[in-house]
Design a protein around this ligand. Structure first.
Ligand code: ADP
Ligand code: ADP
Ligand code: SF4
Ligand code: MG
Ligand code: MG
Lengths: 268, 268
């Protein structure tokens, strides 16, 4: 069983990448569980064709955990991919990561963390509380950082690298950095920049995903690109990513950058 | 004493806007305290001409709160603006909002929350724990949402509106939504869209700040636009914002949007 997590700044393309990765893995015959760990709870939307997903936190709060059955929160979408959304509390109320904690407790208790591949899609703007949990408890052993060339997203990726390094040094988790995925914003020399960043933090660029209109078109139809435009170049990029993820054994403990080094990298 | 908070998605331009607003207020003869409430702790960088700022959380952790003097953490920058950075814990460790909690306790205890205007610059990607504190404890009575026309930043602004509405309904805080500040990304019909969003959440567009190269140029020189290009149009925009903020009495309890309404607004 492979457990991977995609972390990155909000809006950078984690859910789009996760859903297409899961769809490609599903089409290749693997059993996949995608766990949305973002209070936005829209990670699995395109796999579920826009069908509103109940969140674990909402149901646990309404009924109490013992009264939440697995079928209430785990649904099956495109290509047989099983989907679950952690959810989050109302803004301003308690810890935004609480949905993730509730979700892991529930899935563990129901023996639901079983699949050929589990894909955790996790908010990376703050790496604390519940948001650190997919890495900390040894759920996700392989973390992929999703970033563009923008300093803001590299800053977030570098922070996630700090969290991984810290957890690894404490020795209590097997979590490692598996690579950096560029999800392009279309900047000049973006691939060179993100590749340089990946190397600088002791990792490597696993994929360079173009910014492509097919993503928006598929989204309008509430589908992944894999489903909507299976013969497109973009679909092929996601399939290649799935293949690369399956055979990737280049895992490392990251060496996060200082702010100065990060900035000079971004500005040269 | 006016206490205002600028909230918004990470990278949207809160610190740029806050620092220029503070500089304009300082130049107009007001005493200003800018409190950086983002783990990035770079809110006051341009006011401090790039001088590295110690963070309250770092010093409190190193020495213990009783051994942290006000002069250790509050520095005076451009136009006499007093600057302080809350900081945040190492990624992966504890609550990202802890720096803010430590900062408020310290500033309160030292009687430092005194100025004609206090400007809180607060991360808005998650509105929980320490990040909700500037609103909750009645520090900031007027909240400005900083957003572009991108759905991601409107989503974050809408979440902050939810937090304000919730705190207001509990009656224990005087916190109100004071307006929406568009910090342009340069999208088509961006001002119309963000204006429509502001109206929809029972507020109004307070300023439309152009995306402008002077911001980058000033940044390279470690200055605010107010200092670097005082005769530019952009500097004038920030001065007008300062004037508008001082006389703004159009405060409201926001009416946050459902996801569907938000999306149809963003996509029409
Ligand atoms: N490769 C891409 N090309 C074009 N648009 C993209 C691409 N990846 C993501 N997007 C768009 O960016 C937005 C944010 O993506 P999303 O996956 O929801 O981000 P996150 O999950 O990191 O918050 C979505 O509207 C999506 O359509
Ligand atoms: N009006 C603007 N025009 C051009 N660039 C801007 C403008 N506002 C902000 N920026 C740039 O956007 C980046 C993020 O702004 P910042 O104020 O640090 O965001 P935040 O504090 O919300 O994280 C900065 O590099 C800044 O130079
Ligand atoms: S641990 Fe993180 S998510 Fe939870 S309250 Fe603190 S900042 Fe918010
Ligand atoms: Mg997402
Ligand atoms: Mg900032």
């Amino acid at each position: 069983m492979k457990q991977i997590a995609l972390y990155g700044k909000g809006g950078i393309g984690k859910s789009t990448t996760s859903a297409n990765l899961s769809a490609a893995l599903g089409e290749s015959g693997r059993s996949v569980l995608q766990v949305g760990c973002d209070p936005k709870h829209d990670s699995t939307r395109m796999l579920m064709h826009g069908e509103p997903m109940p969140t674990v936190l909402d149901l646990v709060r309404e009924r109490g955990a013992p009264n939440v059955a697995l079928e209430d929160v785990v649904r099956t979408g495109y290509a047989g991919v099983r989907c679950v959304e952690a959810g989050g509390p109302e803004p301003g109320i308690g810890c935004a990561g609480r949905g993730i904690i509730a979700t892991f407790q529930l899935l563990e208790a129901r023996g639901a963390l079983e699949a050929d591949v589990i894909v955790y899609d996790v908010l990376g703007d703050v790496v604390c509380g519940g948001f650190a949990m997919p890495m900390r408890e040894g759920y996700a052993e392989e973390v992929y950082l999703v970033s563009s060339g923008e300093l803001m997203s590299l800053y977030a990726a570098n922070n996630i690298a700090k969290a991984i390094a810290r957890l690894a040094e404490r020795g209590r988790c097997r979590c490692r950095l598996a690579g950096v995925i560029l999800n392009a914003k279309g900047m000049e020399r973006e691939e060179g920049l993100v590749g340089a960043f990946a190397a600088a933090i002791n990792s490597h660029l696993v994929a360079a995903i173009p910014r492509d209109r097919s993503v928006q078109l598929a989204e309008l139809h509430r589908q992944t690109v894999i489903e909507y435009a299976p013969d497109s170049d973009q679909a092929e990029v996601y399939r290649r990513l799935a293949a690369d993820v399956l055979r990737n054994d280049d895992l490392s403990i990251p060496r996060p950058l200082s702010q100065d080094v990060l900035e000079s990298l971004a500005f040269e």
